[in-house]
Design a protein. Sequence first.
Lengths: 601, 250
Amino acid sequence: MPAPLLSRRDLEFYLYEMFDVEALATRQRYEDHNRESFNAALDIAEKIAEDYFVPIRKTVDLNQPDWDGEKVVMIPEIKIAYDAVAEAGLICPDQSYEMGGMQLPLVVTSCAMGYITAAASTTNGFHALTAANANLLETHASEEQIETWVPRLRTGEFAGTMALSEPQAGSSLADMRTKAVAQDDGTYRIFGNKIWISGGDHELSSNIVHAVLARIEGAPPGVKGISMFICPKFLLNEDGSVGARNDVQLAGLFHKMGGRGQTSTALNFGEGEGAVAYLVGEPHQGLRYMFHMMNEARVMVGTSGATLAMAGYQYSLDYAKERPQGRKASSKDPLADPVMLIEHADVRRMLLAQKAYAEGAWSLCLFASQLVDDWKTHPDEVGRTGAFELLDFLTPIVKTWPSEYGPKANDFAIQVLGGAGYTNEHPVELMYRDNRLNPIHEGTTGIQSLDLLGRKVPQNGLAGYQACLSAIESTLEAAEGVADCAPMLIALQNALGHLKSTTEVLLGSMLERDIDLVMANSAKYLELFGHVVVGWMWLRQGLIAAQALTAECHSDDTAFYRGKLQSMLYFARWELPQTKVWADLLSDLDDTTYTMEAAWF
Amino acid sequence: MKALVAVKRVVDYNVKVRAKADGSDVELNNVKMAINPFCEIAVEEAVRLKEAGTVSEVVVVSVGEKSSQEQIRTALALGADRGIHVEVEGRPEPLEIAKLLKGVVDKEQPQLVILGKQSIDGDNNQTGQMLGALANMGQGTFASEIKVDGDSLQVIREVDGGLQTLKLTLPAIVTTDLRLNEPRYASLPNIMKAKKKPLEVTNPAELGVEVKSHVTQLGVAPPPERAAGIKVEDVAQLVDKLKNEAKVIS
Ligand SMILES: Cc1cc2nc3c(=O)[nH]c(=O)nc-3n(C[C@H](O)[C@H](O)[C@H](O)COP(=O)(O)OP(=O)(O)OC[C@H]3O[C@@H](n4cnc5c(N)ncnc54)[C@H](O)[C@@H]3O)c2cc1C
Ligand SMILES: Cc1cc2nc3c(=O)[nH]c(=O)nc-3n(C[C@H](O)[C@H](O)[C@H](O)COP(=O)(O)OP(=O)(O)OC[C@H]3O[C@@H](n4cnc5c(N)ncnc54)[C@H](O)[C@@H]3O)c2cc1C
């Protein structure tokens, strides 16, 4: 029997034990739901993943999209899978019934979509982007625009993109140059070059709706002059049917180390008369609108990093249980049967590291999904604003820690398989390659860390920072006296102490020292913060496991909870102590990297 | 024309079934349950007949514990119109199920009853045939194709030697084989709609059926582990071993 894509027992742990999604049924939006409908959603997603995506995973990787000079050519299996996802209602399970959704809580949606991501992290990217595009329009576009575009995006008839990046403006969106020229009829014409646009061209849908950022002629410089536009590949006729080609041309496709189920395009807008486009919302507010969506998109990126880590862990775990190799150091008989890989402590080290990274990251991402949900559907105002504040604060960490540690977990998965892991007979090297994108897109790790230290921590008089710390501290209090959690309690208290003192030093230095030096090691600061937050998630899991073990358990459940406690212990013993070293570097305002000169390399 | 479809709750076919540690039964703790795959084919066939306009109503019935209602709702999400749950404790055996289904048939008077040819838990392959006898209906088992033609039904059956075509007078019983169709996937919106479809709960007493078990399960054990193979020197040794050790050739 092949390895499961994800562990269902583990998913149920998060859903029903850690995040208690059944309690959401008291909210009007979710009143039709219960455990049965949640599980049904997981079942369908798992089936679609197993039946449509797993079988084509390798073929997709070996046959990246190509441009024949006129259109994008992809293997036909992708369209079949694309349609299957749409028909199953898996483009937007969280959306309202009227939009073809299931009004599924976001934490459950994340778990269900986890199956698809585990099998096809990038092939399903077309739908994921379409959903994000539709969410963006639904929040900021006019009623007429919503009516025109959103329902057709929700069904997958149209696909959507996010067109921000330009050759000279990747991390620095402020340097964006694409121009929008107002027309007498209220529409605009767009001129400019965008690159990296995922799903920027393909033949999977009858139309592609680009959400384009551009500057209206005469707009102020920098981020304050950027507006958002709807710019379709094909214009619509009066009756809504798909009409003439708009002036948006595919200039080329990128060929990538992974992510080969998805097209990455260079697009030219306005090679001729200009691409017809419609302003979304107010002029010059485009980046604000986009960032509104980006909080969710960043949670999605982190989730993708964590999901691939979970998938690689499951795969390598299964392999380690099945492959006989070598004997233990204590075995003296050369003719004794070889043991399974999992019998070797060093292999268990690599499995445990994966479990600690993957499940730690995953629970953090689900926690963020819960915050998104609370921000939108919590019955009281305080609940909503509190959730938003914590989410907004945590976003750079939720985006970054899983996308940095996810590929590390995949690296261990490859190592557990040995030579086999280095070949494409097994999917772990593919998972690594796919996962490697996550620290790059939606704001690189470096950019996220500047956002955390330079903006998120100090903003609103440290409000988000304090909210986060007090949430961690209340879990620490709850853990007092729980014997199984004692080592983690101490490790996390220490790490939290390092974080606090480091933060104080850095914030204090911002006023007194060279700001470039203070910000120089921001990525390490994010890693330190990330370790504390993931340690916190492990303590939360450990508390649930410890509690569950006080009652009579089935032997399978006992093993499951013991596994949680052991992984928590691993994080406490092997990971959290590193925060001390990092805190020392940061608090010293270590300038080793800062003072290194280009000429010295 | 009304179609009645029977569905059974079983361990999902993807699950590697294990015996309980004490050998008393199959391990069901935290095990994923699903509609028996052959029953899913039965639901699909009935829904297709409805989509083709041949059948006007698809009623789905399950005999089992309360949790069987989940499988009824899955069938409703796949397109059945309403459900009937015959609530019984424990695990009824084929004859009991057939008797209870007979009670439902009497009440519902379907023209067509579709069942799976067997369920993957007991692998008995009996319920459809027993129901045929009890209800005094013609039966087309192991169906790989069915066609309603006025008041008769043509059934193509998979038999050892190939395919056999039968003509049955309606009302009739059909049990499905794997190749009858490929069931669709329920969609997420349809799962929510299924919650609003009627689901009637009844019990043996209401159906006037007395359930009595005739079989006692003594124990459950996994099949013996396959022993490691050996390498033989040459063909002669292989033949020798097959002849004298394995005794599979003479
Ligand atoms: C597969 C793929 C899909 C993508 N999809 C889309 C899409 O759909 N839509 C879209 O608009 N874009 C998309 N992108 C673009 C993506 O968002 C950018 O690649 C990303 O923002 C980084 O920009 P860049 O590639 O220009 O790198 P650069 O900005 O050149 O960065 C290179 C390195 O320098 C560092 N760096 C840059 N500036 C700073 C700074 N100020 N301080 C410290 N370090 C810095 C970065 O952290 C990074 O390590 C995609 C990219 C890829 C690879
Ligand atoms: C691209 C490539 C080129 C190669 N070229 C050659 C070549 O030219 N000639 C040649 O002879 N071989 C070659 N090899 C084979 C290579 O040396 C083996 O892949 C390597 O020795 C590991 O063995 P394995 O793949 O069987 O992994 P395994 O032995 O199955 O190891 C899997 C995992 O288990 C761990 N493990 C195994 N045993 C123990 C133990 N006792 N204690 C603790 N941990 C253990 C390993 O560290 C590893 O993490 C090549 C392999 C690759 C991928």
